[in-house]
Design a protein around this ligand. Sequence first.
Ligand SMILES: [Cu+2]
Length: 767
Amino acid sequence: MTLYKSMAQLVALFSMFAFMSVAQADVKEYDIVVETKTVNYTGEDVEALTLGGGIPGPTIKATLGDTLRVTFHNKMDVETSIHWHGILLPHEQDGVPWLNTVPIAPRSSHTFEFPIIHAGTYWYHSHTGLQEQRGVYGSIVLEDPNENRDYDHDLVLVFSDWTNENPDDILRNLKRDGDYYALKKDSVQSWDKVIANGMPAIKSRLQGSWTRMGPMDLSDVGYDAFLANGEIEHILGHAMPGDRVRVRMINAAASSYFNVEFAGGPMEIIALDGMDIQPQPVKRFRMAIAETWDAIVTIPEEGGLFEFRATANDGTGYASAFVGMGEKVMAPDIPRPNLFVQDHSMHDMSSMAGMDHGSMDHGSMDHAAMGHDQSAAKSEKKPIMDHSKMDHAAMGPDQAAAKPDQMPEMDHSTMDHSQMVHAAMGHSMPPMTNMSVTDLPPTIDYLTDYAPLKAVRSTVYPADMPERLVELSLTGNMEKYIWSFNDKTLSEADKILIRKGEKVRFRFVNTTMMNHPLHLHGHFFRVLNGQGDLSPLKHTVNVPSMGVVEIEFAANEEADWFFHCHNLYHMKAGMTRVISYEETTKADESVMKKLFTDNHWYAYADVGIATHMSEGRLWTVNNRYLAEVEWEAKSKDRYEVEAKAERFFGRYVEGFVGVKHESHEEEMLIEGDILINGFEKKTRAFAGVNVVLPLLIEGELRVDHKGDVRIQFGSELQLSDKTSFEWMWNSDDEYELGLEYAFTKRFSLTAGHNNKYGTGAGFMVKF
Ligand SMILES: [Cu+2]
């Protein structure tokens, strides 16, 4: 009887389940054209790339259990691709050209089809070249029919950055000089400003250059506009006073972090990268590139049209979106960050070290001396310190062992994707409804990390999974604009091999002065932020400048997945890896070669003409090698020209070989004893090393084929926005002093003294 009853219940349950599956297993179809189109955001016509005729493309919507079928029609002359950012799907649907999906050839179409097995806010974008910067991105809303949150409106807000310049030219400029856009951004960190910022700034700069670190950098590219749903100012939607509005914010910028603030009061953050978190009210938060943040805001009773403002982290501009009705109410201006005082010590943001908050080096920061961005540092500190009351001993990730099988949605490893629809149905997030304001934790003024954020339930993996630790230093050479992991770009590195069934932990140590938003395709990972079981799930994690972050994920997929910095230019410059499942990888050498974008060659020229001499340099450079021809000349008898090939070894060392031909006036002995001045011509082959020394002085040691040794030192100092000073001395008793005033990035006035060629003034043109 009991058995019969249970059986009947089981059958009833099964029927209901089957019915629900049928009822909800819709196929959602979209047809989207990718084409070029002239846009004008800032008074200049620019050929952009659009999806469905717009920037951003249309919002793709589907419901948990649906099958999504999207056909892209490429009407362009170049190939394209679409990646489904943050969505769990079969590897061959992930869209990374060659690695996962065939590229969408010019004037052809491609259909993606995959089941929707989780809900949330995501986005899609091109993974080809720098097309994302040109407009190939759009939003995705995946709804959970069982979600039971309390809001009146559900809106999507895509933030992005816009430049009138061709993105390929931008990368070429950055490869010439990582600071290329500093002037456009008004962020030249020249000595006049360092001095104006007083002793702490001077000390900080000297400390930084002593350890051979360049100054702090918040962004690389100087943008012409920032966009909210494709407009500089956008009306997001109408809402009545008292309405609760869910806003799904997506940072689709190619290389901009945003500080987001709402004019109508605190935002209640409810989801991160599509995954629900315990609601956390914040006044302002920093949004890394490629993240999605869902927030609920309440339109204040007094009414108005309230601004969502996304201010670029470097302070160069913002995008606005308004919600409500009536008079506009603006969000406050966020002061520009002060880049002149910084802490060069490492910040350990990971839970492991985070447990021991005492070890954090915030104390060494001179808060009093800091500018506005330091308020960030202070509030960063606050939420972390709040955890000091927690039982640290109980919070190590190892206690994950205590609660196995608590992450069913991560545990689809054993299913094939066709069964995932069913699997996912049982896995909807628990409703987070009817939380009254009093249930919320205290409002955070400015949230710049993940420390206080908690998942809605345990995200812990089963205890019996074998573990693998992958240590990745985030490395970069700002001067040469080479970005890498462990000092190796994608083309120089091996795939990262993992095995199905493992728990893979990544430990990131950022050795650079920039933030890097790291994105893993096809998986959610736990950010080990000090919240133990409730570590939030994400697909993109910011690793702050000089910071340490750890993540872990369950290796429950197949084949190959891209993993990279989501700063588009960093990705292209080499901060990228392929994560491969050992048993099922399809990325052989020929596939890998097609992914290499970091070994591209760029060519440049500088030509200077002055009253006392002319000089020039032609060079071509890739991620590892440089070839150049350099000359200095006063007359047909007084000149030198050298050709050189260099190889880079890490950030500070280069080796080179070359040949130098010169003609100079020398005292000569003729017929044994008569001393006259003549012109000596000589040609020597040479080899040597360049080393970046403390205080960022460039040292060079070279030996020529006759055994003559030369040591040389030199450096360049940025005196003001446009003026720089250069000096050089070598053991052949040559020295040179030069001043350069840059009218534009292409044209400078110069003045200099060289003990071989004399003193003079002129100009320099850069190509
Ligand atoms: Cu990066």
